[in-house]
Each structure stands twice: as structure tokens, then as C-alpha cells.
Design a binder for this molecule. Structure first.
Ligand SMILES: [Mn+2]
Length: 326
């Protein structure tokens, strides 16, 4: 949907400076895709940065590659502000002023809908593509830039994190084909990248996860599983909220669970809800009902209530989702 990738590449080729915006609560795909593109743009003589407002999660620190910038006050204008892996102003919160520095605006995404609250001179969204990193890989090819080891690592990280190590139903032939091409890059080692992402967890974070999993609640004959991560639990184990990455996926490994839900208490009266479906249920519908969105089998929303109240609202919707297969 939207503009063609080839046209976007041609547009970018004519520009000199590009400021890239991954989404808030950055993940491996948004940061990996953003950095990969930034490095590729620099290699063909462009000025480019990845504009951030938050700290990079520790397990993604290797995706920084000298690209990130937190303050662009010294720059008057950029030719392009480019949003990656999301659309809409509420996905680049805290960076609105930087966004306005772009003479033109663009968006490259793989979420099903492009938010209409911001004007894009060009946009492309590919809902069938598992990771925005795949789109960026193809864009880099169109730009004529070389896939370096750093770029390969970023693309691989984007793909493995957004496909759950190729386990999610979004994984396609293209996902594997692009991944296969990465193996041709000199010194590329998938195991090293995977270990950086997945094998650097603290003992405390494992114990925190254990506590959430020990207190799961099940509904609809075990088809719905709900976990709750409160600030109290985080404090008890000295953990940060971003260490909850992976808990909802762990919930999905339980036999019989079709719909998984993790309610994360971010602040008093602010919870972030992660939703997953295994084979058939549509959790995007549930997320949308509460003002969020996402993919069919992986979605989320933010609710301005307590975890207990959020659970009360979510339970009937999740049961319905688990019983209504699509
Ligand atoms: Mn993504």
C-alpha cells in the first residue's frame, strides 16, 4: 500500500540529509531497521541519524552503531524526516520538534494501517511483511548501498525479533530468503547476534519472569492466559519494564493457550497490554477496542486504569477472541 519502494529509493537518492525515527518503546525491528538504513545512507554520502528520545534496551545496545542522536538543536533542517516501523505522531512522542525539521516527511512500515494524523509526502506499508527490516533490506539494495556486516547484523536482529526466531505466523519465504542472503556477508554469524539479543539476561530478570508466570490466570478452559507485571514485582527484583520482553511469548508456549495477555503496570493508572494469539484468534480487534492496534496475532494497547480494572475489561474480550476464530 502506498508508494513503491523503488520510487521511495529514487526520492531518497536525491536528498542529502535524512533523520530516521524508530517508534517509542523501540524494539529490535524498529531500531535494527533504522540503524541499517542510517548506515547504508551514510555509505552513499548522505548525512543521517537515528533520532531517539529513550535509552536503548541493553540487549539491543549493539544496534546503535554510532547512529543515534538525542538532540538535533544544532541542525536547522533535514531534507527528510522518516518514520520507521510505525506511523502517527503518538509513536514518535517526545521527538515532535525534531520531526518538524524534515522538509519532507515519509513513512516505511509493516503495520496494517497508516495513521492519518500526520501528513506524509510518501509512505509504504506492507502488512504481509514480517519485519520492517525486510523492507529496509530491499530499500538498501535499491539505493545501491553495500550490505556491510553491521547492516547485516541489524537486519538479522530486526527479523529474528519480529518473527520470534522465525516461529510467528508472519514468517514468509521472503523472510528466509533475505536471512539466507545475510549468510553471504563476510564474518556474519547468526549465533553471535542471537546470543547478544537473547543470552544476556540477568538472574533477577529471570526470577521476575518466574513470579509473573507462577501467577498466571486462565480462562475459557485454558485458552486464555493472563499475566500481570506490577511495579511492586519490578521493584522486588530490581528490574526495568523493558526486561519483560519475552514474557508474553513464554505464555504462548503453554499447550492449549490460544490467546495470551500480559498486563504491565507502567505507572499508577497506566497499563500497557501485550496481546498474542497462537493460530486463529484475532487480538488486533481487542487492542483496537481499547484504543491500541497491531497485527492479527500480536497487538497491544495502553489503558489509563489500574491493572485490576484493565483485567476486568479485558477478560470478556479475550474470551470472545479465543472463541471466535478467524
Ligand atoms: Mn516491526
Amino acid at each position: 500500500m502506498g508508494d513503491s519502494l523503488r520510487n521511495i529509493a529514487n526520492t531518497i537518492k536525491d536528498l542529502d540529509s535524512i533523520l530516521i525515527f524508530p517508534h517509542i518503546n523501540m524494539d529490535g525491528d524498529s531500531l535494527g531497521a533504522s540503524t541499517a538504513l542510517c548506515l547504508a545512507l551514510r555509505s552513499i554520502g548522505k548525512k543521517s541519524y537515528v533520532m531517539l528520545d529513550e535509552e536503548i534496551p541493553e540487549n539491543l545496545d549493539f544496534l546503535e552503531c554510532g547512529c543515534s542522536i538525542y538532540d538535533v538543536d544544532s541542525y536547522d533542517r533535514f531534507d527528510l524526516s522518516l518514520q520507521i516501523d510505525s506511523s502517527g505522531m503518538n509513536r514518535i512522542l517526545g521527538r515532535e520538534a525534531a520531526w518538524e525539521k524534515g522538509k519532507i516527511k515519509g513513512c516505511i512500515d509493516h503495520h496494517p494501517t497508516v495513521k492519518q494524523d500526520v501528513y506524509y509526502d510518501f509512505y509504504l506499508t506492507e502488512p504481509e511483511t514480517a519485519a520492517t527490516g525486510e523492507i529496509i533490506y530491499r530499500l538498501i539494495k535499491y539505493l545501491g548501498a553495500e550490505i556491510t556486516l553491521d547492516i547485516a547484523n541489524c537486519i538479522f536482529a530486526a527479523i529474528v525479533t519480529d518473527t520470534g526466531n522465525f516461529q510467528y505466523s508472519n514468517t514468509t519465504r521472503q523472510t528466509h530468503e533475505i536471512t539466507a542472503e545475510l549468510y553471504d556477508i563476510k564474518d556474519f554469524n547468526a549465533k553471535i547476534v542471537s546470543a547478544l539479543i537473547y543470552e544476556r539476561r540477568s538472574k533477577d530478570s529471570i526470577m521476575m519472569e518466574g513470579e509473573v508466570l507462577s501467577n498466571l490466570e486462565f480462562f475459557s478452559e485454558g485458552k486464555v492466559a493472563i499475566g500481570t507485571l506490577t511495579q511492586d514485582i519490578l521493584t522486588k527484583y530490581g528490574c526495568m519494564m523493558n526486561e519483560s520482553e519475552g514474557i508474553v511469548q513464554r505464555i504462548m508456549t503453554i499447550e492449549g493457550v490460544e490467546v495470551g495477555c500480559l498486563i504491565k503496570e507502567d505507572d499508577s493508572n497506566l497499563v500497557r497490554v501485550s496481546l498474542r494469539a497462537k493460530h486463529k484468534a484475532n487480538v488486533a480487534v481487542v487492542a483496537t477496542k481499547f484504543g491500541g492496534g497491531g497485527h492479527l496475532r500480536a497487538a497491544g494497547c495502553t489503558m489509563y486504569i489500574s491493572p485490576q480494572e484493565a483485567k476486568k475489561h479485558l477478560i470478556p474480550e479475550l474470551i470472545q477472541a479465543a472463541e471466535t476464530y478467524v
